[in-house]
Every structure is written in C-alpha cells, then in structure tokens.
Ligand binder design. Structure first.
Ligand SMILES: [Mg+2]
Length: 230
C-alpha cells in the first residue's frame, strides 16, 4: 500500500483570517501592556514566538519574553481569538478548493494528513475548527513545540509514527506551504515540498525556488492529488 504523510501549513495555504491582527495585538497589550502591531512585520512562514520578537524589534522596544510571559501571551492570544471569532470580528475561512482537497485525501487509504505550522497549538486548532477543517486535521507540530520552523517537520513525523505504528521514510512525507520558509523546512528534513501561490508569494516567484511541485491554488483537486501522490 502506498503510504504518504502530508503536512500542511495553515495561514496562506489552507486558511485565511480576516482581522486576525486585532486579536493578536490585543493579546500583546494584555500581556505586556505595550501596543505592538503585527502589521509592522512580515509574519508569513514565521513561528508565533519569532513574530512576537520581530514586532518588538520593529518598534524598537526591548522586551524580555520570560517563560511566564510567554505562557500568559499564549493564553491571552487564545482568549482574544476565541472572543473575536465568537463576536464575528474575526473570520477564518478555508482557501478555495481546500475543503474538497482534504475530503478527497481523507478517502484515500494510506494517506495521512497533518499540520506543520508556526501557530501555537491551541490557536492553530481553533483556526482549523473555525474554518471547518478540524475534523480532518490537527495532529502535527506547532509554533508552541519550537520557535524554529525547521525542527517542526521532524516533530510532526515522530508524532505520526506513533499513530501509524511505524515511522514513514522522509521521502514519503510532503510539506505543503505558501512561503520559501516552508520549502526550507522541507529541505532541511529531506521531505518533499509542494508550494501554493495562495498566500503572499506569487506562484511564479515560488516556482523559481524549484520545489517538487508548485500550484497557483487548490481549485483543481485532481491536479493537487496528482502533485501530492505522483
Ligand atoms: Mg503560511
């Protein structure tokens, strides 16, 4: 049987959030008493811990993020996102073709779908739920596992080995993302990589990086499945 582990990035790959910055900035204020703004940095492909550091650096603020502060920020972020989603202030939706794709992949025996994302686990899972993807995806590695994106694929692979009952070879694992950082993480882990032009980077730009496959979006389910399993 053909066995493959597909590890999806979230933002820009599977989902897009409207007004997510409001909750993020609110959590910064609640935790640190400072007005940091996520819109002053390029968060794409980065982990939440590094995004937070970037925001303070961009504002020339010297902030020591202790373990305690970090835990408080994670909790505040979860609460702010939950509140913003419930009040309809923030919306999370799946990108075109994504629902069809994960449903299709869920039907194929031997295909395992997981995540590798810079989101913290609690907020990442919240976004997946809000986008209607929670029933299909969740297990993997998150920004709360490490601030270094390049170690996340290995963590996800190990967790999946526990579920599958054996480790899959790296060449049977594919990272699916929307930024050069996703590709970098795949390469560092000797995994395949499919890049999609539904985020900040245009498909032409991503194609120049020579990933194993590159698509403008996920609207052609058959083409995505072929790119993933071919
Ligand atoms: Mg992304």
């Amino acid at each position: 049987m053909l066995e493959r582990l597909i590890l999806f990035d979230l933002d820009g790959t599977l989902i897009r959030s409207l007004n997510g910055f409001i909750a993020f900035n609110e959590a910064i204020y609640k935790t640190f008493g400072l007005s940091g703004d996520i819109r002053t940095v390029i968060p794409d492909g980065n982990t939440d811990p590094l995004i937070l550091e970037d925001i303070f650096t961009a504002a020339n603020m010297k902030v020591e993020i202790t373990e305690e502060k970090w835990r408080a920020f994670a909790q505040n972020l979860y609460e702010s996102y939950t509140d913003a989603i419930q009040r309809g202030l923030m919306r999370v939706f799946p990108l075109p073709g994504v629902l069809e794709l994960v449903r299709k992949l869920a039907e194929v025996k031997g295909i395992y779908q997981g995540v590798v994302t810079g989101n913290l686990e609690k907020t990442g899972r919240l976004k997946l739920e809000a986008a209607g993807l929670g029933a299909y995806l969740g297990l993997g590695a998150y920004g709360s596992d490490s601030r270094n994106r390049n170690v996340l694929p290995g963590i996800a692979k190990e967790r999946w080995a526990g579920v599958i009952g054996k480790p899959l070879p790296s060449r049977h694992c594919t990272i699916v993302g929307d930024t050069p950082k996703d590709l970098d993480a795949a390469r560092k882990n000797h995994m395949r990589c499919l890049l999609v032009g539904s985020g900040r980077y245009a498909v032409e730009e991503l194609g120049l990086l020579k990933p194993d496959a590159c698509l403008p979006d996920f609207t052609d389910t058959k083409a995505v499945v072929e790119a993933l399993l071919g």
